[in-house]
Structures are given as structure tokens and as C-alpha cells.
Design a protein around this ligand. Structure first.
Ligand code: OGA
Ligand code: NI
Length: 369
């Protein structure tokens, strides 16, 4: 008896998820319909909600804000490298200001994402797909919607700008955000290379080291749109996770904070800082740095106000070369400091992510020696 009711519940949930996904109107479509209650598929399990209530408020903490001005001048660079090293080892997160991407380019990117999401549903629908092979994809919630316990309160436009062998055709981009995306991506790619140079030096290696390992390849943008939520305390914007690639640069609009990072068991808000970008270490950089740098868990909460818009740029490595192997950098391994991670083949690494729901994925735990 009990079993069949569980099966029925699971069946009903799957039907609800499918019905929602087939609207192709996104979470924004639900918000626009004026609903006052959160649909059941978005309600987090009660044990998670209770665990969150126990979290103390930790407003007094803030991830470091690093000023990149003068990054090419010797003495100043040393100081910046030191700040980057300390942040990458402890928080795995920092914000950067004076990063060289013009304000107009960042604002243009955010406006483009807003325009894409707020245009006529029929225009957006053309891009709605869960086919991971498509370079430009618009979809609701996460890639694991049908496997997850909770659907997430967000819509995402995913753009694979550099997946190696096949050159990205800009005409695939939606017209409303085409020019702004091309412009932003050029700048953010450049900033990614600057940051990888600083991170290489912070590991005591040559500036070009991480770049030469192709860490700056596999450049992808995930443009998130978090509509206002009628019952934010029951929902989640992005599930707790760590980023799988090497490095992430996140641009966010300044309206509401939503991004939180886990620090000693407490969720800390990353407050938007005027003109700043958030930078975080991904799992692969934790692996190649042999655990010296930290890929930290983070999430985005839902808010009653909004929309909150964020654009994550991932540098995921050479996704076109599935036989590429990564392991702890030899120069960092000594007798006193043996390798703590195994070698991983890109194909296996990616398969493991795609076959597990984000809620259950244990990141580098799979690759510990
Ligand atoms: C991500 C992410 C956070 C945000 O896309 O991996 O963590 O604030 N996004 O949208
Ligand atoms: Ni993330």
C-alpha cells in the first residue's frame, strides 16, 4: 500500500515537471501568471528547510575584494598575487574591482539577458531545449530537472562559446543579446587569462603555466534569470554545488543579493559590490593544485524581489579533447606533499557529473587518493 502511494507521488511529480517544462515559458512564465503560492515541484524537502533555519546569520563576514589596478606593475603585482593566493586557499572566492572590463560592457550583458528573458514567449521558445549538444540553449531550472528533488527557481540561457574544434557561429545567438554577448565574452576571456596568470604565480609557477595546461579553454556562459518568488523561504534559486571547471567569473546585477558561499558550515551572502565581478575556484583547479586552492560550495537563494540576473563564465578546460587527462601538477608534489588526487580523464569526469543530480554529486570525493 505504502509503496504504491510513493510510486503514485513520484509519477505525479514527473507529470507536473513535464507539464511545466512543456510550457517552455520558464519560471518567468509562472511568475507572470501572478501565482501567490509556490508550485509543489519547487518546494524544498522539509529536512532541508529545517537545516537552513539552524544556520546562523553571518553578516559580519565578507569574501575579499581585490583591486586589480596596476596588475602589470611589478611591486603591485606581487601584492595582488598574495591577495589572490590567500583568498583562493581559504574562501575559494573573491571579488575583483578595476578588472578592466568597461562598465558599459557589463551593463550591456545584463541588459541583453534581461531583454532575452522579457521578450515575447514565442521568441524565447525557439531556444528552449534540454539537448546538451546545442551551443545555445534556454531552459528552466537545472540540467538535472527530472532527477532532482527540487526544481530550482530560475531560467537559464547557456552559451558554449568555445568548445574547441567547431567555431561558434555568432548568428546562433538570440538577436536581442547577440552583440552584447560577443562583446562581453571577448573581455571576460581576457580577464580569465589574467586571473589564471595570477593564480599560476600564486602557486609558485610561471605565469603561463595554467594557460599552457589549457585551463582557459571551454569558455561557456550560463546566463541566469531569477524571477521574483512568491514564497522564497520554501524555494531555492541554484542548488548547493561547487563548479566543475577550473575557474568561474560571475557578473551579477546589483538589485538583490542571492549568491551565498559556505564557510565553516554557515551560508555567507556575497553582497554585490558596485562594478565588481565574483571569481571562484572550480573543482578541476582544486585537483590540479593538489588541494592548495579550494573549490567552495555555493548556492543562490530565491528572493521576493527581483529579477536577479547573473552571468557565470566557466573556464572548463578543453571540452573538445575528451581523452585529456588532468592530475595534480608535478611541480607541486613532494615527499612531504604527496598527491591527494588521482588522475582523471575528461570524458569520465564529465559523464560522472551529467549522470548524477547536482544534489547528490560529491565532486572531488570521487578522485581522492
Ligand atoms: C553557477 C552559479 C550563481 C548565481 O552558475 O554555477 O553558481 O549567483 N551561479 O547565479
Ligand atoms: Ni556555481
Amino acid at each position: 500500500m505504502a509503496d504504491s502511494s510513493v510510486i503514485n507521488q513520484q509519477y505525479d511529480r514527473l507529470q507536473m515537471l513535464k507539464a511545466f517544462d512543456e510550457t517552455k515559458a520558464g519560471v518567468k512564465g509562472l511568475h507572470d501568471s501572478g501565482l501567490l503560492k509556490l508550485p509543489q515541484i519547487f518546494v524544498r524537502p522539509s529536512e532541508e528547510l529545517i537545516a537552513d533555519l539552524k544556520h546562523e546569520n553571518a553578516h559580519q563576514f565578507q569574501v575579499p575584494v581585490i583591486d586589480l589596478s596596476g596588475v602589470d606593475d611589478g611591486g603591485r603585482r606581487k601584492q595582488i598575487v598574495e591577495e589572490v593566493r590567500s583568498a583562493a586557499e581559504t574562501w575559494g572566492f573573491f571579488q575583483v574591482v578595476n578588472h578592466g572590463i568597461p562598465r558599459s560592457v557589463c551593463d550591456g550583458m545584463i541588459d541583453g539577458v534581461r531583454d532575452f528573458n522579457e521578450q515575447d514567449v514565442d521568441q524565447k521558445k525557439k531556444y528552449y531545449t534540454r539537448d546538451m549538444k546545442r551551443s545555445v540553449r534556454y531552459h528552466s531550472c537545472s540540467f538535472d530537472l527530472f532527477r532532482s528533488r527540487t526544481a530550482t527557481w530560475k531560467d537559464t540561457l547557456t552559451i558554449a562559446l568555445n568548445s574547441g574544434s567547431n567555431l561558434f557561429d555568432h548568428h546562433e545567438l538570440p538577436p536581442v543579446c547577440r552583440d552584447s554577448t560577443v562583446e562581453y565574452s571577448k573581455h571576460v576571456e581576457n580577464l580569465g587569462n589574467i586571473l589564471l596568470g595570477l593564480l599560476s604565480e600564486a602557486l609558485g609557477l610561471e605565469t603561463e603555466f595554467l594557460g599552457n595546461m589549457e585551463c582557459s579553454e571551454g569558455h561557456r556562459l550560463h546566463c541566469h534569470y531569477y524571477p521574483p518568488c512568491p514564497e522564497p523561504e520554501l524555494a531555492i534559486g541554484s542548488t548547493k554545488h561547487s563548479d566543475a571547471g577550473f575557474l568561474t567569473i560571475l557578473l551579477q546585477n546589483q538589485v538583490v543579493s542571492g549568491l551565498q558561499v559556505l564557510c565553516q558550515g554557515r551560508w555567507i551572502d556575497i553582497q554585490p559590490v558596485q562594478g565588481a565581478l565574483v571569481v571562484n575556484i572550480g573543482d578541476l583547479l582544486q585537483l590540479v593544485s593538489n588541494g592548495k586552492f579550494r573549490s567552495n560550495a555555493h548556492r543562490a537563494i530565491a528572493n521576493r524581489s527581483g529579477p536577479r540576473i547573473s552571468v557565470a563564465c566557466f573556464f572548463s578546460g578543453p571540452l573538445y579533447n575528451m581523452t585529456k587527462i588532468y592530475g595534480p601538477i608535478e611541480e607541486l608534489i613532494t615527499k612531504e606533499n604527496p598527491a591527494v588526487y588521482k588522475m582523471v580523464v575528461m570524458r569520465d569526469y564529465l559523464m560522472n557529473i551529467l549522470n548524477t543530480s547536482l544534489e547528490d554529486y560529491r565532486a572531488l570525493d570521487y578522485y581522492k587518493v
